[in-house]
Write a protein that binds this ligand. Sequence first.
Ligand SMILES: [Fe+2]
Length: 136
Amino acid sequence: MQSVAWDDDELAGIAMVDRYHQHLKEQVDELLGACFASQGPEVVARIIERMINSTPGHFAEEEAMLAQAGYERIVEHKRAHREFSESLKDLQTRLREGASHEISNDALLLLSRWLKGHVEVERRELESFLMAKRVA
Ligand SMILES: [Fe+2]
């Protein structure tokens, strides 16, 4: 088995992306918890608003790191960020328009898409990319 010694910057970059993704997962978990506990639209709306306010800064820093590393899938990664942000805003709009019982299903779908399509896959892809860079 080939051992790969990433440099400190690359390790720090992966750790940063992981941290942001983990933070996002925690927020989505909180959102799901609020939905399952039927805490009401006000609580759900507050969590969504907090996520809408906190994610752009996180995404921007993450994307800057990926761009600096020359990450080849940055366009897809940015698109996933944008879709996630748009889904959150869509949820917020529908909550404001009075939707309630559909929110938990939407949140579940959002979580599922995010976890499968972004956090896990992107981490693997990013690691592969950095590994390939090291051995090239
Ligand atoms: Fe990301």
